[in-house]
Design a protein around this ligand. Sequence first.
Ligand code: NI
Length: 178
Amino acid sequence: MAIRNVREMGDPVLNKICKEVKEMTPRTRELIDDMFDTMYEEGGVGLAANQVGILKRIVVIDVTGEDPVLLINPEILETSGEQVGNEGCLSVPGKAGVVRRPNYVKVKACDRELNTFELEGTELLARAICHEVEHLEGHLYVEKVEGGLKDVEDIEEEEEEALELEDDFADFDSVLDD
Ligand code: NI
């Protein structure tokens, strides 16, 4: 197991279409283990194989830190609803932007033994599945960003201000209650 180098936007490997995994080999198993290690090490919620320079249709996701999901040859079967929120990517460090995604996704994929299974996800998991499957098609979320790409630091500042604003309202409410 090892931490692999995450490729950053501008690296042409991120714009390549990944190839179907047709057999499981020790090398592919090692890649999968390394992808999980790399995702956890870098603090991401998902990672696609081309982000570590390998053109295979393999995705790892963990939206809670305790629910590792491996998707080999993933195929989105169904989507519904909508969510709008900030999204980031390990290949675009320090940046984030607002992306519109379905709020529900059903995906078909293969597991480590190449057995097919289906997985349903909502909210962050649905967002992560869409984001990672697009990586395998050579696309980055920055293509879909509404309102431009922002620095994560600025977004955190905005969120702090929003929280302070909420506090002000809370105070106002309590005054009215009295
Ligand atoms: Ni990404």
